[in-house]
Design a protein around this ligand. Sequence first.
Ligand code: PBG
Length: 312
Amino acid sequence: MQSPSPFARIGTRGSPLALAQAKLVRSLLAKAHGLAEETIEIEVFSTGGDRSQAENTTLSAIGGKGVFTKEIDEALLAGRIDIGVHSSKDVATAMPPGMVLAAFLDREDVRDAFISVSVKGIDNLPEGARFGTSSIRRAAQALRLRPDLRIVPFRGNVHTRLQKLLDGVADATLLALAGLNRLDEAHRATAILDPDDFMPAPAQGAIALAIRTGDQRLAEIVAPLDHAPTHSAIAAERAMLAVLDGSCRTPVGALSGLSGTMLTLKGEILSLDGQTSFRAEAQGSDPQVLGETVGKDLIAQAGEDFLRRWSH
Ligand SMILES: NCc1[nH]cc(CCC(=O)O)c1CC(=O)O
């Protein structure tokens, strides 16, 4: 006897955070369509980003584009799954042709959390303290405030990084509050950082649903989960990042949101040591145009040389 074909098949990475996000999507989809959760399958994929946990590499160095999505993208395009569930900030701005980010869940908290077992905030760290992060954005933003900090590479999933702190590998780290919230680990945060000092990564805190371009059935299935303000904000932040993408070794922060009916976008780029930074801000109604405007403003301020300097 043939088993009934599932209503939809979700593809996800296997980290606890990715699984929590996939289960949230399954639950929301089941509710939206009045179905039992068992009618929606979850298939787990190991991506290059999961396999390459070498401590001395930053993500941009291990290949950047699609390192957390490639295997899921391929399964989606081949029709083995119907929906790729991703952390939006891990999705490359240049996606493979044939797929589209069709829906974004209501955004979680966008801010970064400061976590330490010894001190309350970044200002309280002793001179020369070890700051664990493999994110060039977080390193640059931390060094801007505290040039004395020593950056130590810090990879692995959220629980691995929390354990490394307990093991004394570093004195402090930063993690996205969104991920901590989804894993019920927000109590680990010793401070929540002001997004003006620590502008989040473009698209941080938003879950994206990828489907095949032109798949009308799936477009209708995921539509009820789409949160329009989040969709616009992520579109603007990703459009800004796309303008800057030639220089994938430049630390970039972005934050967009609605003020009234208008979309506001703030963007920032920094030198790796955090000692030089540029900011731009604009308002608009078209996310794509807004993102391009802010991205081009940043390039005009910084100069092509600034971007090229870090682009290897
Ligand atoms: N691959 C790292 C990653 N991708 C998405 C999140 C957090 C969740 C989110 O931004 O939605 C994290 C962990 C972190 O930065 O702390």
